[in-house]
Design a binder for this molecule. Structure first.
Ligand SMILES: [Mg+2]
Length: 306
C-alpha cells in the first residue's frame, strides 16, 4: 500500500481528461475473449498496424520484431491467476524497450484486457495508451521508454520475489541498442551476484537502433558470450521461430545452475511487412495512406495462410 501522500501524488499524475475509451482494468475487464483469441502473429501485427495508423505515430519496426517473443511468453509461460493482470501471484513481464509497447498492447487485446475502442484510441488525446509503456495501465508493469531502466527494475522485482520465496518468474525484454546503457550491465551484475534464477532477459537482437546499426553506433559483439561473462546462462535463438523460442525458454527454466537466464533472439526489425523489414526508416516513421494499405495487404495475406 502506498503512503497516502504518495497515493495522492500518483492520482494527481493521472490524465485530467477522461479517456475516450477507458482502459479495462482487472476489476471490470472482460474475461471471455482470452479463450477465443490465440495470439496469432499476423493478427497481432495487424493490430499494431491499425494502432500506428490511427494514432498517426509509429515505433512500428521495433514493435514488429518482438511479436513472436511476446506470443510465446503470453501463450505458454506468463501466469496471470484469474486472467487478472494485477493478480498478486502473477509472473512479471517488463518491457524494458518501452517504445515497442504497441506489440504488448496487441497481446493485451488478445488477453481481453483491452477492447477495440481502447486500441482505436491509441495515442489520441485523453487515452491512457501512450507511445511508451506506462505502469498506470493494468498489464504494463514498469514505465519505460527511457532506455536502460526496465531491466534494473525487473532485477529489483525478481529480488523481492526471491526473498519472499515466491515461485513467480520475471521476464524482461530489452532492445539490442538499449544494451549501450550502463545500467543494463549494472543490473546484470546484481542479478548474477544474487543468483536470481527467477529472472529471464530476452534481447531483441534486430541489429538496429534509432540512429543506425548497433555495430556502427556502439558495437555489441557476441552477446551470448557477453551475458555469459556476466554470470548468465544463455541461449541464442531465431526470434521469429515460436517453437524454438518456446524450447529455449523451457530449457533455461529447467536448468538448476542458479544463474539468471538470457535469450539472445535474432530478429528482423519490421518483420512481417516486406518493405519494412531491415529498413531502419521504420524505426519511427508516420504511415501515409499508401504505406498503410500496402502493409495491410501483406499482413492480411499472411493471416489468411493456414
Ligand atoms: Mg534494435
Amino acid at each position: 500500500m502506498w503512503p497516502s501522500s504518495l497515493a495522492d501524488r500518483r492520482d494527481s499524475l493521472r490524465p485530467s481528461v477522461p479517456c475516450e475509451a477507458p482502459v479495462l482494468h482487472a476489476a471490470n475487464g472482460p474475461r471471455a475473449a482470452v479463450h477465443e483469441r490465440s495470439f496469432e502473429p499476423a493478427r497481432m501485427r495487424r493490430t499494431i498496424l491499425e494502432m500506428a495508423y490511427a494514432g498517426s505515430t509509429v515505433h512500428i519496426g521495433c514493435a514488429f520484431s518482438i511479436v513472436e517473443l511476446l506470443t510465446v511468453l503470453y501463450r505458454h509461460h506468463l501466469r496471470y491467476p484469474g486472467n487478472d493482470p494485477r493478480a498478486a501471484g502473477r509472473d512479471y513481464l517488463v518491457l524494458s524497450k518501452g517504445h515497442g509497447v504497441m506489440a504488448q498492447y496487441a497481446c493485451m487485446r488478445e488477453k481481453g484486457w483491452l477492447d477495440d475502442a481502447c486500441i482505436g484510441a491509441y495515442f489520441r488525446d485523453g487515452t491512457e495508451l501512450k507511445g511508451l509503456s506506462d505502469s498506470r495501465v493494468a498489464g504494463l508493469e514498469v514505465t519505460s521508454g527511457s532506455l536502460g531502466h526496465g531491466l534494473p527494475v525487473a532485477v529489483g522485482i525478481a529480488m523481492g520475489l526471491k526473498r519472499r520465496g515466491a515461485d513467480q518468474k520475471v521476464y524482461a525484454i530489452t532492445g539490442d541498442g538499449e544494451l549501450n546503457e550502463g545500467t543494463i550491465w549494472e543490473g546484470a551484475m546484481v542479478a548474477s551476484h544474487h543468483r536470481m534464477d527467477n529472472l529471464m532477459v530476452l534481447v531483441d537482437r534486430n541489429g538496429f537502433q534509432a540512429m543506425g546499426t548497433t555495430e556502427d553506433v556502439l558495437a555489441l559483439g557476441d552477446l551470448e558470450a557477453k551475458f555469459a561473462s556476466f554470470g548468465f546462462e544463455t541461449l541464442s535463438v531465431d526470434g521469429h521461430d515460436e517453437v524454438a523460442i518456446d524450447a529455449a525458454v523451457r530449457r533455461l527454466w529447467t536448468s538448476i545452475t542458479g544463474k539468471p537466464k538470457a535469450i539472445i533472439a535474432r530478429t528482423i526489425k519490421g518483420k512481417g511487412v516486406p518493405f519494412m523489414e531491415a529498413d531502419n526508416r521504420w524505426h519511427y516513421t508516420r504511415l501515409d495512406e499508401r504505406s498503410y494499405a500496402a502493409a495491410l495487404q501483406s499482413l492480411e495475406h499472411a493471416e489468411a495462410q493456414p
